[in-house]
Design a protein around this ligand. Structure first.
Ligand SMILES: [Ca+2]
Ligand SMILES: [Ca+2]
Length: 435
């Protein structure tokens, strides 16, 4: 079991136990995929190790970080169409889980099927709980289908945000391809119905892709891959010509954005050697950006960033093997100044079989019985599967990743807490064994 960086200590605490128990609220499959089993192995803590780590941590300071381990993955979709690029928002009452569904079925590389050049329609599911999303009925956003959607758009990415009680679903494409197909559109849900598509215009919105948005006070913050750069825009719903709000973050690609407190953070892929995942911070609503360097040792494709309880998380999807992608994650407790070592969230294959686990999106449930850190991704294997298949949307809960809670201090100060935690861990292991 790989241990995290010293900056976060290495103690598994009672707070982890709390997160795990609460995780039972998430719908859990029994497929027992290899990725889950492997992460369960990481959760098989032993009393001597816990005692040793406690003693080391006592000498080094208050424990605030534990290993990453996962609840079993929940498959939101299960069919032969290619689904990808999920986005999740909460409007104050309901979770809205958006994703793209290909208009035709296919497996990447089989019979010439290429999921990057297929037409997609926006679908979504609504539920007042995270656990209810997998079983919620699927709704086609009919304004986005082949009949009603933008006629020239290679629409394969959706990113949603809520503003003034309205839910916005922004759509665009990848960046490669004909310029006429690389623009930014949105659909707006207001008073129970969806608008037809509308186009955002100005600046680098004339050519690009990979949109990512988050609500930032009285507007929506937009990260945009404008051709070969990372650009920032703001949209407040009053005008679709937002070119005057453009700020260049830097020359990296595939930016994603998140808000933590009063600061905005962005990650992107640096074009220098090794494709490092770079972190950018703005304390003035995106008007200026400061580079904070590479996030841990993360590199490769599809970075995303999100915040939870004052913590920052970055997940990305580097290549693995000859043609796979896996999910890896790092976290920061100090606003991105320092980062944990990276931890694998998935395998990107099984045996000699390879697939893409990619386009991760993180999500925080900040309170309530489903409190915790979640990641959505596209995975090219079916539930319980072990072979390359069509794309599906997968949801995983990341339990016990960071523990800056009072319970940790109690454990640190009271040796008796060790006994309690070990007992809790054994209970969790039994829970795992039953799933
Ligand atoms: Ca399938
Ligand atoms: Ca599918």
């Amino acid at each position: 079991m790989r241990r995290p960086a010293n900056v976060f200590g290495g103690l598994v605490t009672c707070a982890n136990a709390k997160a795990m128990d609460l995780g039972d609220a998430v719908h859990v499959n029994s497929g027992g995929r290899r990725r889950d089993e492997r992460n369960f192995t990481a959760a098989r803590f032993r009393r001597p190790l816990a005692v040793a780590v406690l003693l080391l941590t006592f000498a080094g300071g208050l424990p605030v970080r534990a290993d990453i381990f996962l609840r079993p993955t929940t498959y939101i979709t299960d069919n032969t169409n290619y689904e990808r690029n999920a986005s999740l928002v909460h409007d104050g009452a309901d979770y809205w889980l958006f994703y793209m569904k290909a208009d035709t079925g296919g497996v990447r590389g089989v019979a010439g099927y290429d999921p990057d050049s297929t037409r997609y329609t926006v679908y979504y599911r609504k539920s007042n709980t995270m656990a209810g999303l997998a079983g919620a009925p699927e709704t086609e956003l009919t304004e986005s289908n082949a009949t009603n959607g933008p006629p020239t758009l290679n629409q394969r990415n959706v990113s949603a945000a809520v503003l003034d009680g309205k839910t916005y679903a922004f759509v665009d494409s990848g960046v490669s391809g004909a310029s006429g197909t690389k623009k930014l559109y949105y659909y707006k849900h207001d008073a129970g119905s969806w608008s037809n598509y509308e186009q955002l215009t100005g600046g680098s919105l004339s050519y690009g892709g990979h949109v990512n948005v988050c609500t930032a006070g009285d507007h929506i913050a937009i990260a945009w891959n404008g051709g070969e750069t990372s650009d920032f825009f703001t949209f407040d719903g009053s005008t679709n010509d937002i070119g005057s709000t453009q700020v260049d973050i830097d020359g990296g690609i595939m930016p994603k954005i998140a808000k933590l407190g009063s600061d905005l953070y962005a990650v992107n892929i640096g074009k220098g050697g090794g494709w490092p995942i770079q972190l950018w911070k703005s304390d003035d609503d995106g008007q200026t950006w400061t580079g904070l360097g590479q996030v841990s040792d993360l590199a490769g494709w599809d970075p995303c960033i999100f915040a939870h309880q004052g913590e920052l998380y970055v997940v990305n999807a580097p290549g693995v093997g000859s043609d796979g992608q896996k999910l890896v994650m790092a976290c920061s407790l100090d606003g991105g100044a320092t980062w944990s070592a990276s931890e694998d969230l998935s395998t990107g294959g099984a045996g000699t079989e390879e697939w893409w686990d990619y386009w991760p999106i993180g999500f925080s449930v900040p309170a309530g019985p489903e409190f915790g850190v979640y990641a959505l991704s596209t995975t090219e294997t079916d539930e319980g599967g072990s072979v390359l298949s069509d794309g599906e949307i997968a949801l995983m809960q990341i339990a016990g990743a960071v523990v800056p809670e009072p319970a940790a201090a109690v454990v640190w100060l009271l040796g008796a807490g060790v006994v309690f935690c070990c007992a809790a861990m054994r209970r969790q292991k039994k829970t795992f064994d039953k799933t």
